[in-house]
Structure formats: C-alpha cells, structure tokens
Ligand binder design. Structure first.
Ligand SMILES: [Zn+2]
Length: 259
C-alpha cells in the first residue's frame, strides 16, 4: 500500500471515529429523588456563605435548574415566571415541566450554563443568569466510573459554586481584579489550548472561586483539586485543566502575599 493510500485511510478513519462514548444517550430512566433535591439545595445554601467574598449580590439573580431524564425543576426567587409551578422549596419557587428530550450520558454527569436539556423557548422564561445541573444520583455514579474528583458529594457541592462563578463573570459589566489576574497568569503559561483563550480564562476564574470556597467549606475536595492541578492529564475542550492550574497559581500568590 502506498503511503498516500495509508495517509488517506488514516484521514477517513479520523473522520469516521465514533463520537465520545458519553455523548451517547443516557441509558434508562432517572427521576430525581429526595437526596438529589437536598444536595442541590445544600449547595445553593452553602454558596451564600461565600457570596460576599466571591460573587457579591449574585445569588438571588440566578435561576438554578435541576434535570432528570424526564423533567426540569427550575429554582427561582422569582415566582412570576410563565412556567408551571410545582412547589416551594428552600425559599425558592420551584417550577416543574417535562423537557421531552433524552439527555446524553455526559449531560447526566454535569452542571453547566448552556445545555440543550433546557430548550431555547424555556430559556426565554428564565432569568438571564441561570445554570443547569444533573442530579447527584447520576452525576456521582458517572463521575465514579470516570474516577474523577467529582465522584464525591463535596465535588458536586463545589461544582455548584463553580457554576455560580461563571454566572458572576457573565453578569459583571467589568472584570474584577481576580478575573484580570487569571488572564495575566494564563498568558504567561504558554499553553497549547484546544479551547478559546477566553474559555480558559472563564474556567480559571470559576475554578479559583471553587478553590477558595472549598478551602472554607469542602476540605477534602480542596485537597483533591490541588493534586489534580499538579498532575498533567490532557485538557478538555473548555480548558478546565489550564484554568485550574491558573486558579491554583492565583490562590497561592494570594496566600503568600498575606503571610
Ligand atoms: Zn466551568
């Protein structure tokens, strides 16, 4: 076989490579239960303990959406959304509606600001600042299969802080000192990013908030983040890895300045 043919075979194989296995549909049904609501609500409540320090005046603006394989549960301070009211929980109006989609395995193991689980028409009904989370029941189980630091309850709680931090950055008209510092640190890191540098900067700021909050609230997760940052796992498409390294650098610089 000539080199040319081998070359084009490799190219064809690359194009035809299967999608990441966790992009495949989540197998089975999962309806959120008492533990899922409780853990999400605990994360939202504990975020208040670091609100002043990390993202002042943010929390009441943000709608938090929990989803399972059938429903969206929208937690909002605003009882006036044009969505079906379900019940009041933890000081929030909770709306519940069917999303009519089959989430992927990946979606059932993440929290994020933009997700197809929340359809465009429904997004129009939400606060401009919102994020959506898979329930702990699937999130923890899938993260455990991946042997990730997010397989533990503290990882889930810390993820909620991370998502609030992303919303804070979207909402802020101007960069805070920390957001600027993260960009300066990243620009000195000479990274080969698959992601947009702005994505790395966003992940850096969110990870810094996650780290500071974990130092206070989630000691084991804090230690796991530090060892994750010290390793060199290949980075993902959002540059969470580069962001985390920059976040740890900022965290350490702050601590050495104080001592
Ligand atoms: Zn993030």
């Amino acid at each position: 076989m000539s080199l040319l043919i081998i070359g084009s075979l490799v190219a064809v194989m690359a194009v035809a490579a299967p999608k990441r296995s966790d992009d495949s549909p989540y197998q089975g049904e999962y309806i959120a239960g008492a533990n899922d609501f409780k853990l999400l609500e605990r994360g939202m409540r504990q975020a208040r303990k670091v609100e002043e320090m990390l993202f002042p005046s943010l929390l009441d603006r943000v709608d938090v959406v929990l989803y399972d394989t059938k429903y969206l549960y929208v937690y909002s301070r605003d009882a006036g959304h044009a969505l079906p009211k379900w019940r009041r929980r933890a000081g929030y109006q909770v709306y519940r509606l069917e999303h009519g989609r089959r989430p992927s395995e990946r979606e059932m193991a993440r929290c994020s600001g933009g997700t197809d689980v929340v359809d465009r028409e429904i997004r129009k009904q939400l606060s401009e600042e919102y994020f959506a989370c898979a329930p702990w029941g699937t999130f923890g189980a899938i993260q455990k299969k991946r042997r990730s630091v997010y397989q533990f309850e503290q990882g889930y709680l810390a993820t909620i802080i991370h998502e609030f931090a992303h919303q804070f950055e979207f909402w802020q008209p101007q960069r805070t000192v920390e957001m600027a510092e993260i960009r300066r640190i990243l620009s000195g890191m000479k990274l080969k990013l698959k992601a947009d540098p702005e994505s790395a900067a966003g992940e850096g700021f969110a990870s810094w908030c996650e780290l500071e909050a974990s130092k206070k609230l989630y000691a084991e997760h804090f230690r796991r983040m530090l060892s994750e940052a010290a390793g060199d796992k290949p980075d993902d498409l959002y540059a969470h890895g580069a962001g985390l390294k920059a976040a740890v650098a900022l965290f350490k610089a702050r601590r050495s300045k104080r001592s």
